[in-house]
Design a protein around this ligand. Structure first.
Ligand code: CUK
Ligand code: CUA
Length: 695
């Protein structure tokens, strides 16, 4: 036995592989019944492992004992599955990433706001979904996604839907987690930019999209000199119809806010059920160096010592909307600022200057705001807020919105370090806040009912772990629910600097996995995941067994957009090409390893409707359909039917093929689209006519 290992890893004697224990590793002990392949492979692996080999690898690779432990905690043997799935926003990629935890393996990039060729999204199908996010005749085909929000039932992730907002163009998308596909994109009719979305109410009745930069009401033009009077902020309540799996725009509404820059929002639960909270910056109403004298935005927005936490009783707002006390802007219902004030729908309370992030504790009693330019997090209590409202402890802001007394609403302040931004929670009564400027994660204690969980001094910094580097959001297992799991924690770092091999001057993002399972001061970094696709701002992590994703579509002829069988879907035996004037309909099926029909003859100028059904009932038996020139590539999952349309404007002989390597005869899975040139087609037609006459 290797002496170094035995001394350095006293806690690991049960892991025979490293400590040289004679019985070797009993893999079945660790098997949670998730991997079929792993159980078969286990004896082989155990036999192959030897203490000397493990020791040698650790020595050759220069691994410290901590490295070895981190590797043991994150390594996922082939065939075993992760315990959690983290849904991370895709940042500028406009997509969403599904990442396994603790392995940090990328499981899928879900096409959302940007066309995605592997999934065929926007290349024959999905254009109608993407078009839902267009503005008038402007096609928008990218997004800056920031905050994914999982659907909830009673404040717990239910694994059914995922929502994600686009900060750049103020849009919201709905992803169905049965097939991990985007079903709907809605464009906000009143807000041009957003940020505080998506956050859901505890039963996903509403998907909330908070605004960001002040803009003229309803997208009208207004000069920057008219900022105070003509510009406004917004928060939008999208009604989610769970049954249909869609946002119901007709039942959705927005609330007009002063043109402070609303930042993040979070939704209350339990004690704070029925309320939402949003932080803001720029209560200065700064408009930049517009006159050559005023400060630039970066300084102008941070002049005052305080900004305002926005406090909105959303259930009351819904009543006001339903009572019709709204104004229509671009056909969308808006509760005006004056109505909000008159109806008691909007309150503020001061927060230290230019904060970032607002997070409600698991049981809903407290609201945590990150100081950003102030080294504290400020904690407000909903009980105090309600009391201050009842006692009318307020002074109006310049727009007439009641500003509650800070001391009356504040529960505590905790000094954490430089640049506190976002906070998540665990099951041990700790909160975790990212420190952007310190490049660290702060663990601190909650008070109140959480005190019994940790028995430490409440509202106090416990420890910090350095991360690499400049952390923005943080994500903990089930961290935004009523019952967080603790255990795993991911720091979404903005800078990676020296962490990875250089890939040119654009560096990847660094998602770092931390182990938060031990109470107290140990909170080690386990793994660095480079992500070179875009900047994920936020992520949510759900227990994998809550996801009930399909392995194949429920029935043959399934239209994923309708989530139902499509009556026009081609069936086996019903293949063929039919013509009605210049309209051609192709009914095609795909199965290993052929398309039927294999030849399609049409004429230049024909208007083509092409329907394909994948007849497969076998897991992972996917066929693609790639057609040159016409920008078509489909992904046909088992049972799926797809329809695409085009006008055959270009003549030619076009070999189409299956673009997923589905079988040994995958290369043979092809066919020809023969588009006869218009002139020849006409001559042929005339020939036929004269032949007919002759006959
Ligand atoms: S924001 Cu990016 S780090 Cu859009 Cu939630 Cu704070
Ligand atoms: Cu079907 Cu390759």
């Amino acid at each position: 036995m290797n002496h170094w290992m035995r001394v350095a890893l006293p806690g690991l004697v049960t892991v025979g592989l490293l400590a040289g224990c004679d019985r070797g590793v009993d893999f079945d002990d660790e098997d949670e019944g998730q991997g079929r392949a792993s159980r078969q492979a286990a004896p082989e692996r155990a036999a192959a492992g030897g203490s000397s080999e493990a020791d040698q690898v650790a020595r050759e690779r220069g691994l410290t004992p901590a490295d070895v432990v981190a590797a043991l905690k994150t390594y996922m043997p082939s065939g075993k599955h992760d315990e959690y799935v983290m849904f991370a926003s895709g940042g500028h990629s406009g997509q969403v990433f599904a990442i396994g935890v603790p392995s940090m393996r990328l499981l899928k990039t879900i096409g959302v706001f940007t066309p995605e060729p592997w999934q065929g999204y926007g290349f024959g199908v999905g254009e109608d979904v993407l078009a839902g996010g267009d503005f008038e005749d402007m096609k928008i085909r990218w997004a800056d996604t920031h905050h994914p929000g999982l659907s909830e039932t009673n404040g717990e992730y239910d694994g059914q839907y995922l929502f994600i907002a686009d900060k750049a163009n103020s849009r919201v998308a709905v992803i169905d987690l049965r097939d991990f596909e985007t079903k709907q994109i809605v464009k906000n009719p009143v807000a041009i930019s957003d940020h505080g979305g998506c956050f859901v109410t505890p039963n996903s009745e509403y998907v909330i999209e908070g605004g960001q930069y002040g803009t003229p009401r309803g997208w009208e033009y207004a000069s920057i000199e008219e900022y105070q009077e003509a510009y406004r902020g917004f928060v939008t309540f999208w009604k989610f119809d769970r049954e249909k799996g869609r946002i119901d725009v007709s039942q959705s509404f927005a609330m007009e806010l002063p043109p402070y820059w609303q930042d993040l929002f979070d939704c209350g639960k339990f004690e704070s059920d029925g309320w939402i909270f949003g932080n803001s910056i720029n209560t200065e109403l700064a408009t930049g160096n517009v006159d050559g004298k005023s400060p630039w935005f970066e300084a102008g927005v941070s002049q005052r010592d305080n900004d305002y936490l926005h406090i909105i009783p959303w259930r009351k707002a819904v009543e006001v909307f339903k009572a019709g006390k709204v104004e229509k802007m671009r056909d969308f219902a808006v509760i005006t600022l004056q109505t909000s004030i008159d109806e008691g729908l909007l309150y503020f309370t001061p927060e230290p200057k230019s904060p970032h992030g607002v997070d409600v504790t698991p049981k809903g009693e407290y609201i945590v705001v990150g100081g950003k330019l102030d080294p504290h997090v400020s904690i407000y209590s909903i009980a105090r807020i309600k009391k201050a409202i009842d006692e009318k402890k307020w002074k109006p802001d310049p727009y007439g919105v009641p500003v509650l007394d800070y001391d009356a609403t504040k529960e505590a302040q905790v000094e954490l370090g430089l640049g506190p931004l976002h906070t998540v929670f665990d099951e041990k009564g700790y909160a975790y806040t990212s420190l952007f400027l310190d490049s660290a994660i702060a663990r601190w204690t909650l008070g109140g009912s959480y005190q019994a969980l940790h028995k430490e001094t409440p509202w106090k910094l416990v420890t910090k772990t350095n991360v690499q580097y400049n952390v923005g959001h943080v994500c903990a297992a089930e961290g935004d629910t009523a019952s967080p799991d603790g255990k795993y924690f991911v720091a979404l770092n903005k800078w990676s600097i020296d962490r990875f091999l250089r890939t040119g001057p654009l560096y990847p993002q660094n998602l770092q996995l931390l182990d938060i399972s031990q109470p107290g001061e140990r909170m080690p970094v386990l793994y660095d995941m480079p992500l070179g696709v875009g900047e994920p701002h936020y992520a949510q992590m759900i227990k994998a067994d809550k996801l009930k994703a399909w392995s194949i579509y429920p029935e043959i002829g399934w239209d994923p957009h309708k989530q139902a069988v499509e009556s026009t879907a081609p069936k086996a035996g019903g293949e063929g090409v039919t013509r009605d004037g210049d309209r051609v309909t192709i009914m095609m099926t795909a199965t290993r390893s052929h398309f039927s029909p294999e030849h399609v003859r049409i004429r230049q100028g024909d208007k083509v409707t092409w329907r394909i059904t994948n007849l497969e009932r076998t897991e992972d038996a996917i066929h693609g359909f790639a057609l040159p020139i016409y920008n078509v590539n489909l992904s046909l999952e088992p049972g799926e039917t797809a329809t695409f349309r085009f006008t055959a404007s270009k003549a030619g002989t076009l070999p189409w093929y299956c673009s997923e390597f589905c079988s040994a005869l995958h290369l043979e899975m092809m066919g020809y689209l023969l588009v006869e040139p218009a002139a020849t087609a006409r001559a042929d037609a005339e020939d036929t006519e004269s032949a007919l006459v002759r006959d």
